[in-house]
Design a protein around this ligand. Structure first.
Ligand SMILES: [Zn+2]
Ligand SMILES: [Zn+2]
Length: 241
């Protein structure tokens, strides 16, 4: 009997330790999952409200409502709650703001655990979601969840840069900027980079005006793409593999 107890005691101790360890690991993982799902939920809320505002505006001669409550129930079922704050943090932030079109944010400091400051994340009609560092993180998380490859994001980036270049050209008698720096912040709030580290390479010509922008190096070779792929040519559009 005594022998049995002697053997049993360390076994119990080990299992308690294992359980405690498992509990700590789970808590850490869940806390991280919670933080991530809170920021995804909050950015989705901002996008949903923005979509409703745009729908309202196109039905009302380009005007925005005096308050978000006006959107209910025709354009939005209800004002959503921020998953971190457990309440509507958006209605109080709503403002129509000149060149930005409109401006919205999650009021208070609800996402400090995701590295955000007070009154972030933000959404402006002109620039979409912000801040840029968070958008990059959120995009990376969503890409992973949806099984999107980095090259898909890179192609989207190039399309956005090309759209900004065309907007610039329209405003500047058909000329493209001499460098991509000419696009920020008026045509693009922030310049995207491939995998958040490699700047895109840009060249332009005048008479006839054209541009070429590409992802430099071998960032997508391991996904089966050639070097310096993808690229966007003002004449041919986005390169195909
Ligand atoms: Zn929030
Ligand atoms: Zn790339």
């Amino acid at each position: 009997m005594a022998e049995q107890q002697g053997e049993l005691a360390p076994a119990i101790e080990t299992s308690v330790m294992k359980r405690t360890l498992l509990f700590i690991l789970l808590t850490v993982t869940l806390a991280r999952a919670d933080r991530v799902s809170s920021i995804l939920g909050c950015t989705h809320n901002l996008k949903a409200i923005a979509t409703a505002l745009e729908m309202y505006s196109s039905d009302h001669g380009g005007n925005y409502p005096v308050g978000l409550y006006v959107l209910i129930p025709k354009y939005l079922k209800e004002i959503p709650a921020c998953p971190a704050a457990h309440r509507d943090t958006y209605s109080g932030s709503w403002r129509v703001a000149g060149s930005e079109g409109f401006y919205l944010f999650c009021m208070g400091k609800n996402h400090g655990d995701f590295g955000l400051k007070v009154h972030e994340p933000t959404y402006s009609a002109r620039h979409g979601l912000g801040p840029f560092a968070m958008v990059k993180q959120v995009n990376a998380i969503e890409d992973k969840m949806n099984g999107r490859k980095p090259v898909d994001r890179c192609m989207q980036n190039l399309k956005n840069v090309a759209t900004a270049l065309e907007m610039y050209s329209t405003d500047n008698s058909g000329r493209y900027p001499t460098s991509l720096k000419g696009l920020t912040p008026n045509y693009l709030r922030d310049m995207p980079e491939c995998l958040d580290k490699d700047p895109y390479v840009y060249s332009m010509k005048v008479r006839p005006d054209s541009f070429l922008v590409h992802c430099p190096g071998r960032n997508h070779v391991k996904d089966g793409s050639p070097a310096n792929f993808p690229s966007y040519d003002s004449q041919k559009g986005l390169s195909r593999e």
